[in-house]
Design a protein around this ligand. Structure first.
Ligand code: TRP
Length: 351
């Protein structure tokens, strides 16, 4: 009997290890199709994904359509939103020849992994998951659905169906990666006699800070405070013009005391590839008018090629549909083989 040897793999991956040996890693990451992706996604996850893909790490990208109905009463414009999310990823540089892009709903065997994985998860673990709690509070709904409570387990199925071992995420997703590691460990112990059917995935934290929306709150599609990748240059200018700053004339970088100003400074710094302090010093006495003019210019400059590529992809008829069909076929083959391993371990293949 092989004992699990994965116990000492740290939760957080070291980017230097990934760059040194990309072939040891398989990335699984995803987006909820609730609307077009924005600048926060771009700096927080998309660029990271594209960098990993370019390093040669095999990548799976789930369009988490079933996750849309976790925290709202209806799926909304889901077909249009799936298309937006795929186009945004392509525009950012995701290459469907190198990255498998698929939707949850098209890969039944992945979803079936939810059942054995739920058996390895306690209700108490789910109830104390801080991200689930935050999302439940933010949803404005009077009660939490069973799907909202259990979606971290569904996310474990996303990661483990393809034996993904690297999950690039923002820190809000860390509890889910931990839950996935717990499920992998328990599966091996309880159902596989200690054999390492599943490894323990690692999270790769985004190097970029979390951006605020133009109203000073967390940037989010549903709050209408986000600069969408697909927005026009004029829409971008308008949004930045109305962004919340403060009464002080000079510009400094002080995220704790001056969140609005500092977030704008961060956006400019990310686009320019310099430290935020440098941007703040340069703008200095120019005040928020100059800062906003600078941010508008550099954001539009940064997104210009992304928007051009996006428009070109959007104009190709059938592109998104055929890419999702190919991705679903590849993902299904893997999911079925993993489900067979799982059913073998459970003794369910013997009858
Ligand atoms: N919950 C993630 C988000 O809201 C999307 C997602 C779904 C995901 N499945 C995943 C992320 C698996 C990482 C791994 O952004």
């Amino acid at each position: 009997m092989t004992l699990t040897t994965t116990l000492d793999i740290p939760l957080l991956a070291d980017p230097a290890d990934v760059a040194a040996d990309p072939s040891r890693y398989r990335v699984l990451t995803g987006d909820r199709p609730t609307g077009p992706l924005h600048l926060g996604h771009y700096f927080g996850t998309l660029l990271n994904r594209v960098r990993l893909q370019r390093q040669g790490v095999e990548t799976f990208l789930v369009v988490a359509d079933y996750q849309v109905i976790t925290d709202r009463l209806s799926p909304g414009e889901i077909a249009a939103n799936v298309r937006e999310v795929v186009l945004d990823n392509l525009a950012a540089g995701i290459d469907p020849d190198r990255t498998t892009v698929f939707a949850h709903s098209a890969v039944p065997a992945l979803n079936q992994l939810l059942l054995p994985f739920l058996s390895l998860t306690t209700v108490a673990e789910l109830q104390r998951n801080p991200t689930v709690k935050d999302e439940a509070a933010a949803s404005g709904l009077a009660s939490i659905s069973g799907l909202l409570l259990t979606y971290p387990v569904h996310q474990a199925a996303d990661i483990l169906f393809c034996h993904g071992n690297l999950v690039p995420v923002g820190d809000d997703q860390l509890p889910h990666v931990e839950q996935t590691r717990t499920i992998a460990r328990r599966f091996n112990e309880r159902y596989a006699g200690g054999r390492a059917v599943f490894g323990e995935p690692q999270a790769l934290l985004s190097p970029a800070p979390r951006l605020l929306g133009v109203d000073g709150r967390k940037m989010s599609k549903s709050r209408g405070n986000a600069i969408a990748l697909k927005a026009t240059a004029d829409e971008t200018a308008r949004l930045i013009r109305r962004s919340v700053t403060d009464a002080r004339r000079d510009i400094t970088y002080d995220p704790a005391e001056r969140p609005g100003v500092s977030s704008l400074v961060e956006v400019a710094a990310l686009c320019l590839g310099v430290a935020p302090e440098e941007v703040a010093t340069q703008v200095g006495a120019g005040g928020s008018a100059l800062l906003k003019a600078l941010v508008t210019e550099v954001v539009n400059e940064e997104l210009r090629p992304v928007r051009e590529r996006r428009a070109a992809f959007a104009a190709e008829p059938g592109l998104v549909r055929s890419l999702l069909a190919d991705g679903a076929e590849r993902a299904s083959a893997l999911a079925e083989s993993t489900l067979t391993e799982v059913q073998d371990a459970l003794g369910m293949s013997a009858y």
